[in-house]
Write a protein that binds this ligand. Structure first.
Ligand code: ZN
Length: 223
């Protein structure tokens, strides 16, 4: 409850003045490890400066990612294909305003509580970092849903994304920690070393950041 109260206070009082957001959530340079969730939101002005189009098979439109993540994804898709799995990229970088529109539509169609679990408010999406990708496949009719994990492509991604510096961000058993429902289709680039550590430890990224990167602020610590 305290956490919720803090979050509400953050949204109502802190974000409009955006002092915290500007200080903490404008990652710069080659910061591939920044934590983004409902508690740690990106400033609306944040746009990565090294976005590139990624030349992989896509669902609706060619996706963009930050350069290093784009190179890693190209290799991941190429190796998957060689192993017999045809992946389809559904979503990469999303701007703050695009996320705002998506979230607004979700809230309108399903109500705020459910929307918050299934979609991120503007600023709370890793897609704004240009480091997150949603992947699907033909066998899953190009849907982004839990069933993706049961397809051969989904199983391959689950097992191998770590080898390319990506992590599964929203596992089913981590919902209480991440604040998001199970999303086997969403992978996040953190770099090879951290990805290998996280695969080994099998813990949510929130915990990894707190334990090993030490960049969690007082908002979480005072519970
Ligand atoms: Zn996603």
């Amino acid at each position: 409850m305290k956490k919720l109260a803090l979050l509400i206070a953050l949204v109502l009082f802190v974000l409009p003045f955006s002092a915290l957001a500007e200080e903490a959530y404008n990652p710069i340079g080659d910061e591939y490890t920044v934590l983004v969730n409902h508690d740690y939101m990106l400033d609306k002005k944040y746009v990565p400066d090294d976005l590139v189009k990624v030349d992989v098979k896509f669902k609706d439109a060619k996706i963009e990612l930050r350069k290093e993540a784009a190179d890693a994804l190209l290799q991941l898709f190429a190796d998957a294909k060689e192993a017999g799995y045809n992946l389809i990229a559904a979503s990469g970088y999303r701007s703050y305003s695009r996320q705002a529109t998506i979230y607004y539509n979700k809230v309108k169609s399903m109500g705020k509580e459910r929307a918050a679990k299934l979609s991120a408010p503007a600023g709370a999406s890793e897609h704004q970092l240009g480091l997150a990708v949603d992947i699907t496949c033909k066998a899953n009719k190009q849907y982004l849903n839990a069933n993706f994990a049961k397809t051969d492509e989904g199983k391959w991604v689950t097992e191998h994304c770590y080898d390319y510096g990506f992590i599964l961000r929203y596992k089913q058993e981590w919902e209480d920690v991440t604040g998001y429902a199970y999303e086997p289709w969403h992978i996040r680039y953190v770099g090879m070393e951290h990805a290998a550590n996280i695969k080994e430890l099998d813990i949510p990224y929130e915990e990894y950041v707190e334990l090993y990167l030490g960049t969690v602020t007082a908002t979480e610590d005072d519970e």
